[in-house]
Design a protein. Structure first.
Length: 224
């Protein structure tokens, strides 16, 4: 059964300051829908979204998991306006065990979350831009990715690898300019299972969803 796109709680001029669901968002929703069985089998305790924007992805994930009562959802965004919209969207869609934090990537959270996140969603700013454009806290940081559209992603990956639990699933949006094959190989070198699970052309972009699985403790023991 396909799950509906969540309602987004926009007020006043929010859409001028917050990245709204677009082609990349909808491709991620489709990928999560495709992967629902794996997500349910994981029975996650902590789900994290970096750069939650409107809150659409986390609200959809909660619905997809049938609001598993043991799952806690955490959403972070550097844009304070986006954090507010995410909070309202979660309330509108019935999420109860959820917290929204206005922070830069995982600043202040990495140590506390180390090895605890079961599902992580990341639709990073992936558009290639000048490096100085990735600075700030407004809507522009939702798309400005610096050189190769990779500067924010490359800064986030070490933290993401640290917070994921053994067996944890990590889903990320990329475009071809981000060199997704290189990203897949990098994560494999760091002990992750890595593959592309969805792709779609949107205007002049080739969007791709990459899925990474952190080895479980049992797999690590076998490898050792």
């Amino acid at each position: 059964m396909d799950h509906p796109t969540p309602e987004i709680d926009l007020q006043n001029d929010d859409e001028e300051y917050v990245y709204l669901p677009s082609d990349d968002t909808f491709l991620m929703l489709d990928a999560l829908q495709d992967d629902r069985e794996d997500l349910l089998n994981l029975s996650p305790s902590i789900c994290l979204e970096i750069g939650s924007g409107s809150g659409c992805l986390t609200a959809f994930l909660s619905n997809l998991l049938n609001n598993i009562h043991t799952a806690f959802y955490l959403a972070v965004d550097i844009n304070p306006r986006a954090a507010s919209v995410s909070q309202r969207t979660f309330k509108l869609n019935g999420l109860k065990l959820v917290d929204v934090i206005n922070t830069d990537l995982l600043a202040g959270l990495e140590q506390r979350l180390e090895g605890k996140v079961d599902v992580l969603l990341f639709n990073p700013p992936y558009v290639p831009t000048e490096s100085h454009e990735i600075q700030g806290t407004g809507i522009e940081v939702a798309w400005a990715g610096g050189q190769f559209g990779r500067e924010v992603t490359d800064r986030a990956l070490p933290s993401i690898m640290r917070v994921l639990a053994p067996g944890g699933l990590f889903y990320m949006v990329t475009v071809d300019e981000n060199r997704p094959r290189e990203l897949l190989n990098e994560m494999k070198r760091n002990g992750f299972l890595a593959k592309e699970i969805r792709a779609r052309r949107a205007s002049n972009e080739m969007l791709r969803i990459l899925k990474f699985t952190k080895h479980s403790r049992l797999e690590e023991q076998k490898m050792g």
